[in-house]
Design a protein around this ligand. Sequence first.
Ligand SMILES: Nc1ncnc2c1ncn2[C@@H]1O[C@H](COP(=O)(O)OP(=O)(O)O)[C@@H](O)[C@H]1O
Ligand SMILES: [Mg+2]
Length: 249
Amino acid sequence: MSPHLRLIQITKSFSRDRLPLLVLDKIDLDANHGELVALVGPSGCGKTTLLHIIAGLIRPDSGTISLNEALVKDCQRHVAYMQQKDLLLPWRTALNNALLGPEIAHEERKRAEARARQLFAEFGLSGFEGAYPAQLSAGMRQRVALIRTLLSQREILLLDEPFGALDALTRSELHGWLLKAHQKSPRTTLFVTHDVEEALTLADRIYILSERPARVKAVVPVPLKHPRDSTQHDFVTLKAELLRWLRTP
Ligand SMILES: Nc1ncnc2c1ncn2[C@@H]1O[C@H](COP(=O)(O)OP(=O)(O)O)[C@@H](O)[C@H]1O
Ligand SMILES: [Mg+2]
């Protein structure tokens, strides 16, 4: 079963002009086994910083991280992390970028490639397997980065604004795809979005963060069945609640 991730009192400052800039202020967060959790908060509040800490790219000043109740320094070996910047390697084709994870994990190329090609087709990228990142649009690069993350066998997914560069139609298709994949094999997933409606469409629970320094303002469960309809009464009510929380100082 995909692990339970728990953050307790994670705090982080950077220094700016030699003064400390508090970015994360005692963040408590749980993502239960196989749960889809959304992080919503204003731009610059510290969402990416939090994912970097979970992924082990930076260290918190204080606070602890645990997996299935066991303390860990970070989750580096357990997470597949799709960063906000797509970070595709310019000298590798789209397909070979997507296969980076399996390659590093020494998985059999043939099987990984078959899965990758299937995802390229499902994500509307058929025919672009051999293209280089510079030949792709921002939305296509984002889909390649998403495929690369999903192909990884790691048990936790961290997705930083994974659908940000996509047009509305592609975005809604990929939402459906992600939910289907998640229902088939639920991995504990933490994803960042600006979009309250996107959070409500996908998440089991939503964390609302404040302006910097990020604090948890509210944790909102989403007890709605999939597929969710944004015109549904309960959806609309929850959306109003989330927007209220976002506006509350
Ligand atoms: N390495 C760093 N050094 C100094 N300041 C940083 C660094 N990384 C991020 N920041 C600052 O921390 C704040 C939060 O950034 P970030 O986590 O990227 O926010 P978000 O992802 O919510 O938009 C911003 O004010 C940003 O300028
Ligand atoms: Mg960010």
